[in-house]
Design a protein around this ligand. Structure first.
Ligand code: SF4
Ligand code: SF4
Length: 144
């Protein structure tokens, strides 16, 4: 059971597993391949999504085994908030970690999972699935 407006009342470390999962808006932006500038650590997103992503649903097709099948898939936990800087600035976990409100299109605010797609936040409309043959630098995005 989700506590009423839990995201405004409790820190990430005090959320139940169900509440933690509900913070994810289902955008799948974190499943895009990224390139990191070795000099300054800056992270750049590409339009190429992990091959395990179900692009239509914007969900992982093998969530349970994701860390085994995709070694660089990062399992977000309350203990890893220091790493959240690489997440997109729309991500529910990053927003709450930074003390910001959830936007109106977030499913917890709207009551519908569809709003993340309708607002153009999810990657469904523009991403492609990786084949392994891409040169990721060709797919760098200016902004998400
Ligand atoms: S970027 Fe954040 S909110 Fe979006 S799918 Fe990934 S974890 Fe969920
Ligand atoms: S393994 Fe699943 S959760 Fe991880 S990046 Fe790929 S599609 Fe996303």
């Amino acid at each position: 059971m989700l506590r009423e407006r839990f995201w405004e009342r409790y820190p990430l470390q005090e959320l139940s597993t169900e509440e933690w999962e509900a913070l994810c808006d289902g955008c799948a932006r974190c499943c895009l391949q990224k390139l990191e500038d070795e000099d300054n650590g800056e992270v750049y997103y590409t339009a190429v999504a992990c091959h395990l992503l179900d692009l239509e649903q914007c969900s992982c097709s093998d969530y349970r085994n994701r860390n085994r099948n995709v070694p660089n898939c990062v399992h977000l936990t309350p203990e890893r908030t220091a790493e959240f800087y690489w997440l997109p600035d729309t991500c529910g976990y990053r927003l709450i970690h930074e003390g910001k409100p959830l936007p109106s299109w977030h499913p917890l605010q709207s009551g519908s999972k569809a709003t993340v797609h309708e607002a153009g936040i999810s990657i469904r409309s523009f991403a492609m699935l990786e084949t392994g043959d891409e040169d990721l630098e060709d797919y760098l995005m200016d902004a998400l």
